[in-house]
Design a protein around this ligand. Structure first.
Ligand code: AHR
Length: 824
């Protein structure tokens, strides 16, 4: 390994720093350092000086490059960075990741843009061998602080470019920080005004008809305790203290259960229902086992609930078969349902697990019921204790919570990306989401820790995701890990953990086969190995999978590229009809974005998944983001986006900003094929991430304001874009940027759909000239979402308006207006 590393840097940095090429007068001193802020996680900073004494910090304290190694919070440290220029003029930076001597390397042509980072274990390489030079550090005083770093003599021009770059970054930051809080000042004196809108039908272009979709990730209790209909928490006693990394000692096999009033449960593992489902409980006569659900079990009087359990007699042979009574109670212990009397039978051998299933009818409506199992006779072993509403979405067994699923369906999403996000690539190799663990009989699914620090039962697994897509008419878009885990993974369990550890190359063949098997499982007929598994699960017809995501905003390292390339090529070769969606990092710029796009273009990947969570100001000032993209080649799937304000609300301001972005996406619908807001679901009281689209508790679904933007756009998408000329009076750039219009046509219905955002504090009147495009007198449906910027509650209001070849519409201050016009 050491040899390889030395070869990598040979010819670039084995020599000492070359003599400075320009004249002394054109050169200055550059001081490269890390400050002590944030325990070494503040990245690489620069200061410059003409005399080596008086130092000027560059870039207002912002770092030029940060360590991306390991986990947020505890890792990502850049200790003792050492900067030098190699004989080719390339800037090389090495730093320690840990006090033990693990280190990292990154290079830059200009000190502004930085390439991929690589990470080395102290066992494999020594930093001094790696650089081929002795590191030497100097002290300098910057902004009143004495710091240690590298001092170099450097061309004045390089520093000038660096200073300019940082200054424009600062300016951009100021623009991006703009929000409606300052609108009364920014728009003081602004009066309502009129704009004219005139489409040019001759310039009509085809755009994606898949633009609005959803991204489902099991975050914020989105799956277990959320969309997945199961009402019993920890039904298979598989919760582990390690799910929460030891932070909660009660998060264990007994979580959510009580036996005779206390939490000590006789858990056994000797004869499990399945080897991957180790834990079960053994009870004795008189025992009362209670499950509290996910913070209570919600019941509706008169509704039926499907109870099921795996049971076997655990007592000595010859003892009577166990008998248990099952019923529902309220908080006081009062029984509020009928009773199931369940007797294990037919099993003389105590190793024999059998599944029992029966219905309970609730006689009370409550948010807070409990499931109670009372042993009347014998010693039963019980596992997979489950309770589902009969009325799941589409009444499917092992189905989804109907109200939540319907709220999602009402968006009319054209696709569903699942199962994550970070959940897809996981917290370290052993935590990657492996689809095969999530299909087949429930008791055989190997549950695991959720990266968001709870538990994934995988009751909602790949079969259920695909079924849901089919039920709501959306394309499934499964995302598999690109052979690397999350770049923010813990180092735990890995030599140099986190993103930097890919699946060992000798195991990549098996992993690639797993990805190919997924496609066969989804699309193969019942005569194929995996198609048969799907058919046996109840879906003989193929699911018609067309898209597979490979990777999730991964750190674009050499390790990533090697693995992604193998997976991509294998899928392309075996299934050329599948659109593989690559990944270009977590931001709309930076190393992962640039390097990810380079790989996509090199391999001619049909589509890449972009992510960015940005301030409203960023969206307002980057409306031409995709207008700048090449029109040919790799397409964009904007897999995760949302407008983020300080405090992370989902309010009128963020919602209108997202509507503004969708308008810009529609205009660029020839480049951007799909887009999904993130995250989708959040359970009140269990929310790790804000804002989200749909909040819920056990009984209510509470769509956030931004939900209605997705719904309005999802229900009113088009496949043709008609450019519009917008005539605005002599107003400022700030005003102009806050009014956006798009016009699309839905070829199937012929309907024209105009979307207009007004992010200004005043009404804007529009004079729309559709002469020659729509009939002289026609009716249109208008939907308006409006409110005060800070409003977290607002719903769209629909009415119908008279439109003719020419009509006027007023856009209320802070509003999103949608007009759907029939053309026939
Ligand atoms: O949407 C929440 C998280 O944001 C996703 O899991 C991840 O991909 C991104 O960082």
């Amino acid at each position: 390994m050491k040899k390889i590393l030395l070869l990598i840097i040979m010819g670039t940095c084995l020599h000492s720093m070359p003599a400075f090429s320009s004249s002394e007068t054109d050169s200055v001193y550059l001081f490269a350092y890390a400050n002590a802020r944030n325990a070494g996680r503040d990245g690489l900073h620069f200061a410059w000086s003409s005399d080596g004494n008086d130092w000027h910090a560059i870039g207002n304290g912002s770092a030029l490059v940060k360590s991306d190694y390991g986990r947020w919070g505890s890792e990502k440290r850049m200790l003792e960075p050492f900067l030098f220029q190699d004989e080719n003029g390339l800037w090389q930076c090495v730093w320690f990741l840990t006090p033990e001597g693990d280190f990292a390397h990154v290079a830059s042509p200009d000190l502004i843009s930085w390439g991929r980072q690589t990470y080395y274990s102290v066992q494999d390489a020594n930093i001094d061998d790696f650089t081929g030079r002795k590191r030497s550090y100097t002290m300098a005083q910057v902004d009143g602080k004495v710091l240690s770093g590298t001092v170099l003599r450097i061309e004045q021009d390089v520093v000038t470019a660096l200073v300019n770059d940082r200054q424009s970054a600062d300016l951009r930051q100021k623009l991006y920080a703009e929000n409606t809080k300052d609108d009364s000042l920014r728009f003081a004196g602004l009066k309502p005004f009129v704009i004219s809108i005139k489409p040019d039908i001759r310039l009509k272009k085809k755009i994606s008809d898949m633009l609005i979709g959803i991204f489902f990730e099991d975050i914020n209790y989105a799956a277990d305790g959320g969309l997945y209909g199961e009402l019993v928490q920890n039904r298979s006693f598989e919760y582990l203290v390690s799910d929460k990394e030891g932070r909660d000692k009660d998060w264990n096999a007994a979580k959510a259960w009580a036996l005779n009033g206390n939490s000590d449960l006789p858990i056994d593992t000797a004869i499990p229902v399945h080897p991957v489902n180790k834990h079960y409980v053994i009870l004795k006569k008189g025992d009362k086992l209670v499950n509290e659900g996910f913070d209570g079990i919600a019941l509706k009087a008169g509704d039926r609930y499907r109870f099921s359990v795996f049971a076997r007699p655990a007592g000595k042979k010859g003892k009577p078969f166990p008998r248990v009574d099952v019923y529902l109670t309220d908080q006081s212990g009062k029984v509020i349902s009928d009773r199931i009397v369940l007797t294990t039978s037919g099993a003389s051998d105590d190793r024999y697990w059998q599944k029992y299933e029966d219905m309970l009818t609730a006689n009370q409506t409550t948010a807070n019921a409990r499931l109670e199992i009372h042993v009347q006779r014998g010693e039963p072993a019980l596992d997979m204790i489950s309770l589902f509403p009969e009325k799941t979405f589409k009444e499917r067994k092992n189905g989804l919570r109907a109200d939540l699923a319907q709220t999602i369906a009402d968006i009319h999403p054209r696709f569903v990306r699942f199962p994550g996000g970070c959940v897809a690539h996981g917290d370290g190799l052993e935590n990657m989401y492996r689809w095969k663990n999530t299909v087949g009989p429930l008791e055989t699914r190997k549950s695991q820790r959720n990266i968001w620090r709870y538990h994934q039962s995988f009751g909602l697994g790949y079969y259920e995701y695909f079924q849901f897509c089919e039920d709501i008419g959306a394309e499934p878009l499964p995302v598999v890990a690109a052979g690397v885990p999350c770049q923010n993974s813990d180092r735990h369990g890995h030599k140099l953990g986190g993103q930097q550890c890919g699946i060992p190359m000798e195991q990549m063949g098996d992993y690639i086969q797993e990805v190919l098997d997924l496609i066969e499982w989804a699309n193969g007929d019942a005569s194929t190995t995996w198609g048969k598994v799907r058919a046996e699960a109840g879906h003989p017809e193929p699911f018609k999978l067309r898209y597979v995501g490979v990777g999730n905003e991964d750190l674009i390292s050499d390790i990533f590229e090697e693995r992604f390339t193998l997976i991509y090529k294998a899928v392309k070769e075996k299934y050329p009809e599948i659109t593989v969606i690559g990944t270009v990092g977590p931001f709309n710029e930076g190393t992962d974005y640039t390097e990810g796009w380079k790989i996509a273009r090199k391999l001619d990947v049909p589509m890449v998944d972009e992510h960015y969570y940005q301030s409203p100001g960023w969206f307002i000032h980057n409306q031409d983001f995709y207008d700048r993209y090449p029109r040919q080649g790799t397409k964009v799937y904007l897999g995760e986006y949302a407008a983020h304000l300080p405090g992370r609300p989902n309010n009128i301001e963020t919602a209108l900003t997202e509507a503004l972005h969708i308008i810009n996406l529609e205009r660029n619908g020839d480049v951007v094929s799909m887009a999904s807001y993130a995250p989708l679901l959040a359970k009140e009281g269990f929310t790790q991430w804000n804002p989200d689209l749909i909040y819920f508790n056990n009984t209510e679904v509470k769509p956030a304001v931004g939900y209605y933007v997705q719904q309005m756009c999802g229900q009113n998408s088009g496949d043709q874009y008609i450019p519009v000329f917008i005539g605005v009076p002599d107003v400022t750039d700030a005003v102009r940027k806050r009014v956006a219009v798009s016009l699309v046509q839905d070829s199937k219905s012929g309907d024209l759909i105009m979307k207009v955002v007004n992010l200004l504090p005043v009404d804007v009147r529009t004079d729309v000239d559709m002469a020659g495009i729509i009939p002289a007198a026609s009716l249109a449906e208008r939907i308006v979402l409006t409110g005060k910027p800070g409003d977290r509650k607002a719903e769209p209001v629909a009415d119908s308006i008279d439109v003719s070849g020419r009509f006027e519409v007023t856009l209320p201050a802070y509003s999103f207006t949608l007009i759907r016009i029939k053309t026939e």
